[in-house]
Design a protein. Sequence first.
Length: 411
Amino acid sequence: MELTFVTDLGQSFVIEIDPGMELENVMALLEAESGIPVAEQSISYNGKDLSAPKSTLRELGVTENNAMLLLRRKIPNMAGTGRPVEQDSEMMRLQLLGDPDLMRQLRETQPELAAAVQSNPARFAELLRQTRERQSEAELQRQREIQRLNADPFDVEAQRRIEEAIRQQAVMENMEHALEYSPESFGRVTMLYVNVEVNGKPVKAFVDSGAQQTIMSPECAESCNIMRLLDTRFSGIARGVGTAKILGRVHSAQFKLADLHLPCSITIMEGRDVDLLLGLDMLKAHQACIDLEKNVLRVRGREVRFLSEHELPEKAKELFSPDEAQSSSGPSTGSVPGRAPSAPASFPGGGNTIGSAPRASQPSRPPAPAASRHPESSIRTLMDLGATREVAISSLDAAGGNIDVAASLLF
């Protein structure tokens, strides 16, 4: 018959055995499968510990095919080894001090314990003892919960809890699979910037194939000396998830990419921290290709390398700092730049063409302020562009906390 052994970490091991096999032989097979030594194995079935190694599984009551047993790893008994618990905690403390990576993780997750490791051995031993007590209590609660769920197989609520436990186990296995085979999915993605020249002025341009127009901030336009060519007849309001004021358009600017001099029409828009954004109009007009395999922007046979993270503009590097990119609930993960998040029911944009007059919208009742993990300054900056607080937060969520990308979603 086949038996399934499940650990506290959600790992499962399926072993085919004979019902007349002794428990100690089953534990030896488990050691080969799981790597847990026989001396540290604790096996229970239906809430009952199997502690007679010379007894057969049939004698222990395990007779069902495909039965599920709980496999736990025992905490070594320091008193039985002749080594006191205080000495064990001191050895663990010294091991932590000798591993910089573990200490860094400990400072991020348990700062109090990290401080005790460095300067207070007695406090560290006390915290370690409390942690072990909490683990023991949690283990007892798990055993009681398993006994309660197995007491009545016809209890609908118990079956629902078992189903949820199985689902959580599948989630953990899926995450472990992703960590093993595609760990890059948990990393941060650097936005695509290239070096260009506008009217002879070097600029780091953000390549955004999801933006409709090529956009420049008024400050960058002033430094490139093209504000004198601004056609204010094309002023208006850009509408999308939010609104932003368009000052006008420069119909033709001297734009240099690699050794190519390309004609470029630039929309001057307020409220952006990005100096220059190369939109879809520019990319399509010159048949540009974003080649992520080579990490280059290819235009007319020329390949322009995308900037590395350390070469990004200062504002972009600040917005993509690790503190901004982390998420307490798990791997957050930033959305594709230039893609607008799911719009609320009262989507403020009316699909107006850029440069057209804004369309009157119905006033709405201001909602209650929503909590957010993003800095209040970033939310306020997007609200100054005309977005509501909820839309500003959703845009920052979709952009992974990058205010430049979130602002581009508003257009």
